[in-house]
Design a binder for this molecule. Structure first.
Ligand code: AMP
Ligand code: MG
Length: 420
């Protein structure tokens, strides 16, 4: 075999030229500061991180009410009720949920009551309709209830002063219910970060255009906007920017005003048209890096004014993996989240995995749950231009820098592409 066979970019880079994934990520995260909190309407707070402790101001439930459809009774009236010798009471009224004016329940009487309706004065228990004869004027009871049966007591759920949720918590759907039930319609939250996505490359055309000879559709722009949105950011796009110094300068200049973070793809490596490092350097500061990972070796971090800039390689798979490794954690930090990483599971690989020496590989795998744990199977070709193989993946199998081969049946860590 010739000495040149298989010598790609990966192999001509010396190990000591490489920056570790951790160092590059730390450089990015250190450059980010959390945005100032804003008062957010309840309906818009889902997924945001609270910037305050929220205390309850009300009592929930506010009044004793029926937990079942049935009859409001005085338990003492039914002490002797049995299956064989039912006790009969006259029905003296009806209370619906939402009723404000309540009939008093007197000794020897029952009032028909619906779930959620206030317990009328006098009554101390609710008997479910299913356990009675169900009459309108008269009703027979076959069991003796205890006082308090099927009554929801005031404050059983929430009381004034109670801590509802703590600073740093991400608002989930149940939290929205809690806030709504307690009348808290605004909460202080960290707003979603605005992320400007820029696709660079002379070869790119919009996805709705026919590419001319030698040109391709921009896949990264729509993909990164989708990833930003999924990560809880607000994506903006510059559209496609050609490999031209002036055009790149202009795109930065006109979009920095609405960017908490700038994410670019393409033009990050060693091609003659890879202008991004120079352009960012001219506007601010830049650290182009070779990161010890595959795919995704050429990476950029920088800053223009106060806005952090991340430059990802142009191959769609590299851009996708780099987003998971660097940009998603950055967005999560900007959101005020402490869990900046997605969950990792241990899995057994069904096929042999290969990884270059000195680099951490992120291999697209599909996961299946089997007795004994997760099984990971590569989704096919791992070339960094193969978009079809990302779409199949449930996770990225991580093969460490020190490992060049994981045999079939071996253990791997898999970074999930979904959140549980
Ligand atoms: P670059 O990082 O500019 O050297 O590009 C590396 C490879 O990714 C080349 O094959 C580009 O054509 C391709 N590429 C760059 N940007 C995009 C994009 N936005 N969508 C799809 N492919 C891209
Ligand atoms: Mg390019």
């Amino acid at each position: 075999m010739s000495g040149f066979v298989g010598l790609g970019r990966a192999e001509v880079t010396l190990p000591e030229e490489l920056t570790s994934v951790e160092d590059h990520l730390a450089g990015i995260l250190d450059s980010l500061s959390t945005a100032e909190a804003i008062d957010q309407r309840l309906a818009d707070a889902l997924g945001l991180v609270l910037a305050e402790n929220v205390h309850c101001r009300v009592t929930v439930p506010d009044f004793a009410n029926a937990a079942m459809d049935g009859y409001a009774v005085i338990a003492a009236d039914l002490e002797r009720a049995t299956e064989a010798r039912p006790v009969h009471l006259a029905v003296s009224g009806e209370v619906l949920a939402g009723t404000g004016e309540l009939p008093t329940v007197h000794r020897g009487r029952a009032v028909r009551i619906m779930t959620g309706a206030p317990l009328p004065p006098g009554a101390d228990a609710v008997v479910p309709v299913e356990t009675t004869s169900g009459g309108r004027a008269q009703v027979a009871f076959h069991r003796a209830p205890r006082p308090g049966d099927n009554v929801r007591q005031p404050g059983e759920d929430l009381v004034p002063g109670q801590l509802l949720m703590t600073l740093g918590r991400r608002v989930g759907p149940a939290d929205v219910a809690l806030l709504a039930a307690s009348g808290t319609v605004r909460v202080r939250c960290i707003p979603p970060p605005r992320v400007v996505v820029m696709s660079t490359g002379d070869e790119l055309v919009r996805p709705d255009r026919e590419p001319g000879p030698g040109r391709i559709r921009d896949a990264n722009g729509p993909m990164l906007s989708a990833l930003v949105l999924q990560a809880g950011g607000v994506p903006f796009t510059t559209g496609i920017v050609p490999d031209d110094r002036k055009a790149l300068m202009h795109a930065f200049d006109t979009n920095l005003g609405h960017a908490d973070l700038f994410v670019c793809t393409g033009g990050a490596s060693a091609g003659t048209r890879d202008l991004l490092p120079d352009v960012i350097a001219a506007l601010g500061e830049v650290h182009p890096t070779k990161v010890a990972m595959k795919p995704g070796m050429p990476q950029i971090r920088g800053r223009i004014g106060q806005t952090p800039v991340i430059g990802l390689p142009g191959n769609p798979v590299s851009a996708f993996v780099s987003f998971e490794v660097f940009v998603r954690p950055a967005i999560r930090k900007l959101q005020g989240r402490r869990d900046v990483h997605r969950p990792v599971v241990r899995a057994v690989t069904t096929e042999k995995l290969r990884s270059p020496a000195h680099k951490r590989s992120y291999l697209r795998v599909r996961l299946a749950r089997e007795t004994g744990g997760w099984r990971a199977t590569p989704t096919g070709g791992q070339g960094s231009h193969l978009i079809s193989s990302i779409a199949q993946a449930d996770g990225l199998a991580v093969v460490p820098e020190t490992v060049t081969e994981v045999p079939a049946g071996g253990q791997v860590a898999v970074q999930l592409l979904v959140d549980p």
